[in-house]
Design a protein around this ligand. Structure first.
Ligand code: MMA
Ligand code: CA
Length: 425
């Protein structure tokens, strides 16, 4: 019995441990849900990061474009600086040209004065020879001076004009170059503006990406907390699992014990059943003994009472009823044999009497009367209804053929019959 008790307490311990592990089930399920939600969040974050990556690539391209334009701008700016450096020289050349221009204008004015004077010297008529010789000398001197001045002017113009024109042409082409460069720089304006807009948009995108990354950071922190919780639970589960493993290791031994217990249990049940049967039999025996002690005989499931006093058929039946019985019926040859042998050749009333308008033989305990089968139990020649007053039957002789019909008011010994009904527990 010590082993059974050990098995029981071990099984109880095992059950409690398994209950503990089972109790953790919903918690684990909850965490699994959290981890799934975290997975979804990680997918969202990945999608956000993909978007951020794409935006960074776009940003990179924009910055590269901007750099290329800045390179071009820097080169153009160097050209402009180079041109700017030439401007003081050009300005000096321009100042020189201005001085020359003033001089040319002065010479032109002088030339016009000379021309005017020459037109005034030409004779309108021919009174010239009338001039005095002194006046003639002065005019000649003036003419010589003028011719000299004119020659000097022509020489000066012939020398300076090509240089002057060359310088002017240089200035013009330089100005043209400068203009083109400036146009180039101006043309870059909208491009620069556009790039500036792109950079601003990129800045906004960077801010958004930063906000997204903040969100991602928050989600990662939440995820971390969830994972830490899950880890704590896993730790508990692992510990419990170790306990379970330890208990599992005990299971084969417990199983063997259980098998033994099962075998013992089967044997105990068998013994219990046997014991119940014995109890039942003992109770039956007790019942039988009690009945027998009161004068009843037991035969094949029925008790029979063979009276020691005589009564009429009806009084005998009343006696039997008072004992929970009826005057006996006879349904087999074995029963008939038991009855006539026990009766010992003395006349005993049995429970057979005539009833109904036809006066057919009937059993008083309501057993159906089999007329054909019962023929072998009558004394040959009976029933003869002697004196037309024989309506009850008795066992008269010690033989299989023992029945005789006789007047019901005659007093004979009698046989009661009571079925044995064992009181089931
Ligand atoms: C007695 C009586 C009858 C029975 C005859 C048989 C004279 O009457 O017992 O019932 O039939 O005997 O001889
Ligand atoms: Ca008779």
């Amino acid at each position: 019995m010590g082993t059974i008790s050990d098995i029981k307490s071990s099984a109880q311990l095992l059950k409690e441990r398994v209950d503990n592990v089972s109790a953790l089930g919903p918690e684990v399920k909850k965490n699994s849900g959290g981890v799934e939600a975290a997975g979804v969040q990680v997918q969202r974050v990945n999608a956000s990061l993909d978007l951020v990556h794409t935006q960074i690539l776009m940003l990179k391209t924009s910055v590269e474009n901007a750099n290329a334009h800045i390179q071009i701008l820097t080169e153009n700016w160097e050209d402009v600086n180079h041109l700017n450096a030439q401007i003081p020289g050009l300005k000096k050349d321009l100042d020189k040209a201005s001085v020359l221009n003033t001089k040319v204008r002065g010479l032109q004015s002088s030339l016009e004065n000379i021309n005017k004077l020459l037109r005034q010297q030409e004779p309108p008529s021919k009174p010239a020879p009338a001039l005095v010789p002194r006046r003639c000398l002065t005019v000649r001197t003036a003419i010589i001076c003028l011719v000299l001045a004119l020659a000097a002017s022509i020489l000066l113009q012939a020398t300076l004009y090509p240089w002057f024109m060359g310088t002017i042409s240089d200035i013009k082409s330089s100005a043209q170059l400068l203009k083109e460069r400036v146009d180039n720089v101006s043309a870059l304006g909208p491009e620069v503006k556009k790039n500036s807009g792109g950079v601003e948009a990129a800045g906004v995108q960077v801010q958004r990406v930063n906000a997204s990354l903040d969100l991602v950071h928050t989600q990662i922190l939440m995820l971390k907390t969830s994972v830490e919780n899950a880890n704590a639970h896993i730790q508990i589960l692992t510990e419990n699992w170790e306990d379970v493993n330890h208990l599992n290791a005990q299971i084969p031994g417990l199983k063997k014990d259980l098998d033994k217990a099962s075998v013992l249990n089967t044997k105990v049940r068998g013994l219990q059943s046997s014991l119940e049967n014995i109890n039942k039999l003992l109770r039956q025996q007790d019942d039988i003994l009690q009945m027998v002690s009161q004068g009843w005989r037991y035969f094949q499931g029925n008790f029979y009472y063979f009276s020691r006093i005589v009564k009429t058929w009806y009084s005998a039946q009343q006696f039997c009823l008072s004992r929970g019985a009826h005057l006996t019926s006879v349904t087999s040859e074995g029963e008939q044999e038991f009855l006539y042998k026990t009766a010992g050749g003395l006349v005993h009333w049995i429970g057979l009497t005539k009833a109904g308008t036809e006066g057919d033989w009937t059993w008083v305990d309501d057993t159906p009367f089999d007329k054909v089968q019962s023929k072998r139990f009558w004394i040959p020649g009976e029933p003869n209804n002697n004196g037309n007053n024989e309506h009850c039957a008795n066992i008269r002789v010690s033989s299989l053929r023992s029945w005789n019909d006789a007047p019901c008011d005659n007093q004979f010994l009698f046989i009661c019959k009571r079925p044995y009904i064992s009181a089931e527990p």
